[in-house]
Write a protein that binds this ligand. Structure first.
Ligand code: TYD
Length: 222
């Protein structure tokens, strides 16, 4: 595989993304693929510094546009320092959250103008569009309960977890709307099943897409 393959995982709080990414990474490595696991906001030293500013809530008072720009700044650094070099070296990159989180959390529930969001996205990813995005879909209330259960004692909800159930539910709908509008890239997986069943569905999707990717060389290779 000359160019690598870029897979993102998206979904609401407590959908089980990190568990599934870890399992998929292990499976891919067993099959001989070189895999890089990363996450957003963060994934590079510059982006991890911005992550702290955003998730602590320090930027919240400056409004959703400010937060969207901070996410984009972090993403740009992450793409250029980590994701693009890995993809160019032929690796499979598994990323916990990416542009669809910005579209949903900042664009839809942050009420940011669509044109502004598109402009920010273009600059942040600079062509590095995911090849495949897995959306882990779960009832918002169940997800929040799971997220609360996994926090250690005394640790509070972060900037985004603490929002109302209506907001979380709107986000779920927004992820489903993106998936419906980009069915080639986005695959919705029911995350209410047990983790083994969810893992199996994800593997079927990923290995199916990877097979097609390998069998269909790009124009340059033909
Ligand atoms: P994180 O602790 O990584 O949680 P999770 O396990 O839910 O991914 O927190 C990331 C939070 O940041 C999460 O609430 C979603 C939010 N977020 C955005 O609002 N916009 C974005 O572009 C990204 C990447 C994340």
């Amino acid at each position: 595989m000359a160019r690598g393959f870029f897979i993102t995982f998206e979904g609401g709080e407590g959908a089980g993304k990190s568990t599934q990414i870890e399992r998929l990474g292990k499976k891919l490595r067993e099959k001989g693929y070189r895999v890089l696991v990363t996450r957003e906001p963060g994934g590079s030293p510059g982006a991890e510094a911005v992550r702290h500013v955003i998730l602590s809530g320090s930027a919240e008072e400056f409004g959703p546009e400010m937060e969207a720009l901070l996410f984009a700044a972090a993403r740009s650094d992450h793409v250029e320092q980590v994701i693009r070099p890995a993809i160019e070296s032929g690796m499979i990159v598994l990323c916990d959250r990416f542009i669809d989180s910005s579209r949903v959390y900042q664009g839809v529930t942050g009420n940011i103008d669509k044109g502004l969001m598109e402009a920010i996205e273009r600059v942040a990813i600079n062509g590095m569009m995911p090849d495949l995005s897995i959306f882990l879909d779960l009832d918002a209330e169940v997800g929040l309960q799971r997220a609360a259960a996994r926090r250690s004692a005394g640790e509070g909800a972060d900037r985004f977890e603490k929002e109302t159930i209506e907001v979380h539910d709107r986000r779920r709908q927004a992820f489903l709307e993106i998936a419906a509008s980009e069915p080639e890239r986005c695959k919705v997986v029911d995350a209410a099943q047990d983790p083994d069943a969810t893992q199996q569905v994800i593997e079927e999707i990923v290995f199916g897409v990877l097979e097609r990717h390998v069998q269909q060389p790009t124009e340059a290779e033909q």
